[in-house]
Design a protein around this ligand. Structure first.
Ligand code: ATP
Ligand code: MG
Length: 432
């Protein structure tokens, strides 16, 4: 007997196969049981009829309850009405485990707190299955994109001594005799070192921010893909980003569209995502916001409302470029035409999903960088190695960080980022 998976059943129509998985629901009517079955690759209906399965198997099926695990054999039948295109007519069942208590996640509407408390079980439900399959596709697409372009994967450290983004958002730990170290908020500074060795580099891993913001788009632990390229200037950087984001969206459309459909995602909106993306400057964005009645002064950073208002003017993601120097990180290259702004861009996703990428050209001049560290009150000693990159063979270079969960939330059309990661770490939740 061949053990196969639900996703393969279409290739086995008319054959007898074995499936191993779980019963997530049961409907029965006298002489027939309908088992809603899943095996981690998909969902299918298994029909257990007294007449074909026999008395014994039928009795076994009567004992099943939600989240029983079984090995089952049966014949695969075409079934146009089912989403999988097939159903299985069972002839034998081997019970692996029957729960002794009712499954906590029943069909009735549970509140989000309840579901998050049971996240370890909630993962088994259909909606979460589809989201996690899309997450898998997004991460694969990212790796493939860089592989196609001969970028080198460089894994950056999680424990860091120097500070990347914002000293207020750091998680601090004791590190033996060394004293305080921090969990990485970004691997950028290390990628800057690596790009001077390997040219085109990227990373993909978790980052940590002790942000007390309780919004729909902030996690405490989130995944980021960062890229850094030697000799890239501002415009090269934007091109790389619009290519990457378009590649991810198209990969998902091509390889995971059934999951988008299962989530009722408006696919037409995603089909519009292709290069080039529009670019507007920060200053233009401020004017746009003023026209729309927002109370924003030049120099202030944008919040979620402003980002949504800007993005709603565009069908595709849009770059907001040239932010005020003082609103952004110390390492960003000043615009040669106007030193008050920097050569940076935030990429805002459509439909209110906010910033999915932050990036910039980096300062490559040693003395300008030293001046910036002073302006930002950052300890020069912690940045010794970072400054040394500017002492030998310094070249213009640029890079960015893409938030994985924000990208997934946008592609899936989720209204909260917590469903975009298997086990979310938020302000009030570290369990399970
Ligand atoms: P925001 O202003 O929205 O908090 P940021 O400017 O702090 O974001 P960056 O430091 O530029 O973000 O980080 C790069 C990307 O990482 C962001 O564009 C976003 O997609 C993602 N990101 C940043 N902070 C978080 C977070 N707390 N949770 C999830 N994703 C995040
Ligand atoms: Mg932030």
């Amino acid at each position: 007997m061949i053990w196969t998976y639900v996703e393969q059943l279409k290739n086995h129509v008319g054959q007898r196969v074995e499936l191993r998985g779980w019963v997530w629901n049961i409907r029965s009517s006298g002489k027939i049981h309908f088992l809603q079955f899943r095996d981690g690759t998909g969902f299918v209906q298994i029909v257990v009829e007294k007449s074909t399965a026999g008395e014994d198997t039928f009795k076994k099926a009567s004992k099943l309850r939600m989240e029983s695990s079984i090995r089952v054999t049966g014949v695969v039948k075409k079934d146009e009405r089912s989403p999988s295109g097939v159903e299985v007519l069972a002839d034998s069942i081997e019970i692996v485990h029957i729960p002794q208590e009712p499954y906590p996640i029943s069909k009735k509407d549970h509140g989000i707190d309840f579901l998050m408390e049971y996240r370890h079980l909630w993962l088994r439900s259909r909606r979460q299955f589809h989201i996690l399959k899309i997450r898998d596709a997004v991460l694969f697409a990212i790796r493939e994109f860089y592989k196609n372009r001969n970028f080198v994967l460089v894994d950056t450290p999680i424990f860091t001594g120097s500070i990347g983004e914002n000293a207020g958002n750091l998680f601090e730990l004791d590190y033996f005799d060394y004293g305080k170290v921090y969990l990485a908020q970004t691997g950028q500074l290390y990628l800057e070192a690596a790009c001077m060795a390997l040219g085109k580099v990227y990373n993909l891993g978790p980052t940590f921010r002790a942000e007390k913001s309780k919004t729909r788009r902030h996690l405490i632990e989130f995944w980021m893909n960062e890229a850094e390229v030697a000799y890239y200037e501002h415009e090269d950087n934007l091109k790389l980003q619009e290519d990457l984001v378009s590649y991810i969206v198209n990969y998902v459309l091509k390889n995971a569209s059934e999951h988008l459909e299962a989530l009722d995602r408006d696919i037409e909106k995603l089909q519009k995502v292709s290069p080039p993306f529009e670019r507007i400057t920060y200053t233009e964005a401020v004017k746009l916001l003023e026209r729309k009645g927002h109370n924003i002064k030049w120099g202030e950073d944008f919040g979620a409302d402003e980002e949504t208002a800007i993005a709603s003017e565009f069908e595709k993601p849009v770059f907001v470029t040239h932010y005020p120097r003082k609103a952004k990180a110390f390492y960003m290259q000043p615009d040669p035409d106007n030193e008050e702004v920097v050569l940076c861009a935030d990429l805002l996703a459509p439909e209110g999903y906010g910033e999915i990428i932050g990036g910039s050209q980096r300062i490559h001049d040693h003395d300008i960088l030293v001046k910036r560290l002073e302006e930002f009150n950052l300890p020069r000693e912690s940045y010794r190695w970072y400054l040394e990159l500017r002492r030998w063979g310094s070249v213009p270079h640029s890079g960015f960080g893409l938030g994985i969960e924000r990208t997934i939330a946008w592609i899936c059309g989720l209204n909260h980022i917590r469903e975009a990661i298997p086990f979310a770490r938020t302000l009030y939740r570290i369990y399970p």
